[in-house]
Write a protein that binds this ligand. Sequence first.
Ligand SMILES: Nc1ncnc2c1ncn2[C@@H]1O[C@H](COP(=O)(O)OP(=O)(O)OP(=O)(O)O)[C@@H](O)[C@H]1O
Length: 254
Amino acid sequence: MLKVDNLEFSFKDFQVLNGICFEARRGEFVSILGNNGAGKSTLLKCIARLLKPKSGVVLIDGKDANSFSLHQLSKSVAYVPQRYTTNRITVYEAILLGRKPHFTGLIPSSEDLEKVEMALDIFGLKHLAFRYLDEISGGELQKVVIARAFVQEPKVLLLDEPINNLDLKNQIEVLKILKRLSMQEGILVIVILHDLNLAIRFSDWFIFIKDRKIFASGGKEVIRADIISKVYGIDVKVEKHGDEIFVVPIVAAI
Ligand SMILES: Nc1ncnc2c1ncn2[C@@H]1O[C@H](COP(=O)(O)OP(=O)(O)OP(=O)(O)O)[C@@H](O)[C@H]1O
């Protein structure tokens, strides 16, 4: 459903991505991993058409994403950025704005309102529905932004570090919701994560970015100490406990 073919991107003379190729299917949960500055956000922005690649193509269901109108694109791809600014609107209004691509008139339909109610419920935001965005916590705001992308009903949901402001319980809760969206709604979820162990728990596919390229990609078989050590430039062990694998950094005593 999503194909990224030979994508190349530069900020002026500074090349960030080179020869990026991968494919992902409906219903998959894909993690994009790599060091700070590796180009992960740039890759998501190229897929969301917020940045224009120097060359290469992004295909959605076989169609060049460049050929989509903005309206069509927003029905196919939702993007949750790493940082966002807030307006003085309520949580309810903010989530309702996610339905904009589906609006048929000036007034939201009953379906639009139902979707917003559903999102408030799924993301545990009902009690905050009529609070202004500047009256909620950073973690709560993060959930609102993801809920807004959810009601957009995209085929592809791109999230740039969606759990970085959340406490451990909410990190797991949000990842579980995203996993359910991929498995039950068939949405392709592509997430940038820094926590490798959470990425391992939830992802079907891993893409490691290093030196402008995909260094390794695959299922759990790419969760190897040699690969992770090279990508992150630190020594790690990969340990098995029961059916689960864990990445453990080897930290020398100071
Ligand atoms: N607007 C910009 N102009 C010039 N260079 C930029 C711009 N945005 C990002 N860069 C550079 O491009 C490179 C890739 O940035 P990007 O944000 O994609 O990395 P990342 O892997 O998402 O990093 P992080 O994990 O820290 O969020 C970095 O070296 C960054 O400094």
